[in-house]
Design a protein around this ligand. Sequence first.
Ligand code: NAD
Ligand code: ZN
Length: 342
Amino acid sequence: MRKEIMAFSNKLVEYIFDGNFSQLAAIFQSDKLVIVTDENVFKLHSSKFEGFTTIQLPAGEEFKQQRTVDDIISKLLELEADKQTILVGVGGGVITDMTGYAASIYKRGIKLVQVPTSVLAMVDASVGGKNGVDVGPYKNMVGTVYQPDLLLFDYSFLDTLPEEEWVNGFAEIIKHACIKDADFFDFLSSKNLDDFRKDKTLLAALIEKNVAIKTTVVLKDEFETGDRKLLNFGHTIGHAIENIYQLPHGHAVSIGMLAACRISEEINNFSSIEKEKLANLLQRYHLPVEFSFDKENIWKILVMDKKRSNDSMSFILLDTIGKAVIKPIPLVQLKDLINQCL
Ligand SMILES: NC(=O)c1ccc[n+]([C@@H]2O[C@H](COP(=O)([O-])OP(=O)(O)OC[C@H]3O[C@@H](n4cnc5c(N)ncnc54)[C@H](O)[C@@H]3O)[C@@H](O)[C@H]2O)c1
Ligand SMILES: [Zn+2]
């Protein structure tokens, strides 16, 4: 077990790596804890939840909507949860996003603990305090930025994570390497998924590395006025295709990252050799690199994207692998680029 304290702008956040879920009962007064999880995680790890008050939600992105958060709030009222209640999100990114959001608005903010259980939630979603819900097909349209008091990493949850969810998580891991760390990109290129699934020490180091990359970016720009936007690499087009084609998030991000590389090649002197290196790495981790789209539909969703401002959209491009930049692209030019690069 390893502890770290991170100083965000208005909260100190404790990180416990290689911890154990049962520690929560020792850290907090048990009767003040309310766990939020989904039915998959609950069923697969039911013994861990014994003795805790638990709210079970249906699993899946389609339930990441305001009405599910309203259900959490109704349950909290039924349980007579007060300002001393500690809400604990135990699950993948859907659960940590909704639990963070509920904790930030219930009684104008109660304590929050996040226990991510998917690779994606461990390396990305649970870190940095962004939370929220989708509105119909539009991803993450409503939410807040609200840091947890504690982020607890218990790697034993990953023993039950299906293969395809490992793959999804690696899309965000590769994203971190692309935007910030060329050496890490090369390291990933020398390994494969099974190396990390079989070797707990290697896995623990991988998760800590990604949490460090994301935390460093967020600490510089918690409320996303600049550098934090880099974490959206691959996500602008990724979210659009995820919504239309109901692709898994990681798959959509994989295709989105390659599309962003092609745009980078066109307007940012990004090298085609590096684009090929990325395509090879994505394939190495079983992520898709090709998909056929209805470009008109993608465009409609894109212009609704919250990163749009006036007549241009800020887009994350690569200078090189390991160095991302934010570029505003005029909408007229972007439309042509989408037609050319998708
Ligand atoms: N807030 C942020 O900064 C941020 C960053 C990235 C992604 N996200 C959000 O995260 C979500 C995606 O996260 P996700 O892929 O973890 O989604 P998810 O929560 O839907 O989990 C994926 C699937 O894995 C299951 N699962 C989770 N942990 C498991 C375990 N230990 N064993 C077996 N099954 C398990 C879930 O029940 C679900 O079926 C998206 O909604 C995305 O918008 C948020
Ligand atoms: Zn993502």
